[in-house]
Design a protein around this ligand. Structure first.
Ligand SMILES: [Ca+2]
Ligand SMILES: [Ca+2]
Length: 194
């Protein structure tokens, strides 16, 4: 694991401007740098037989990985969703995560649907996941979107990798690690569909 000591001061200052409730940098030392990379967006049931007429948005930390208006819905076969190869940089992000108070998350916002002319459109991936690397930990993980009995309406599995790529240690004391820090838990959803 590399250390980011040279950027800690500036990075922490930036972090403190972004985190609500933060106080002085000296009180918030102990920050880890994490990278999240989207490895695959696997459409396992696009809403029709063998695929679906997909439209909607897939957004990772504010970057659009895929987007199409409902009026432009076109058949996409089941399998890995093609992300614009010119925009592979959108597939990863690095952020600072304080280990002593305050929280930060990576956000995967999916709003993918299958257009159907005669019935209600099918949900293919319609949820926002907040990924907390301090709770989930390093390695390969998945976000599973499943709708209907046995995912008969639609299903998508997003595979991602979390890596801790640096740590800003506290220079004033032995505060590495996260005693009293956040408790471990998995990704959380917000705004589930009706
Ligand atoms: Ca359908
Ligand atoms: Ca359809």
């Amino acid at each position: 694991m590399r250390t980011y000591r040279t950027i800690c001061t500036a990075a922490l200052s930036l972090m403190l401007t972004l985190l609500p409730g933060s106080t002085a940098a000296a009180e918030d030392c102990g920050t880890q740098v994490w990278r999240m990379t989207i490895k695959e967006v696997d459409i396992r049931n696009g809403g029709d037989s063998g695929g679906g007429d997909l439209y909607g948005d897939l957004v990772f930390d504010g970057q659009y990985l895929w987007s199409k208006d409902r009026s432009d819905a076109a058949f996409v076969p089941d399998g890995p969703l093609a992300i614009d190869t010119a925009n592979q940089w959108k597939l990863w992000d690095e952020k600072l995560f304080p280990t002593t108070g305050g929280r930060n998350v990576f956000v995967v916002k999916a709003d993918l649907w299958d257009y159907d002319s005669l019935t209600l459109d099918d949900r293919v991936a319609v949820d926002t996941y907040n990924v907390d690397p301090l709770g989930v930990g390093e390695g390969t993980h998945t976000l599973d979107y499943c709708y209907g009995s046995a995912c008969s309406e639609g299903r998508t599995v997003i595979t991602y990798v979390l890596e801790q790529v640096g740590e800003c240690a506290c220079s004033a004391g032995p505060q590495l690690g996260r005693p009293g820090g956040p408790t471990a838990h998995g990704p959380t959803r917000t705004a589930p569909p009706a």
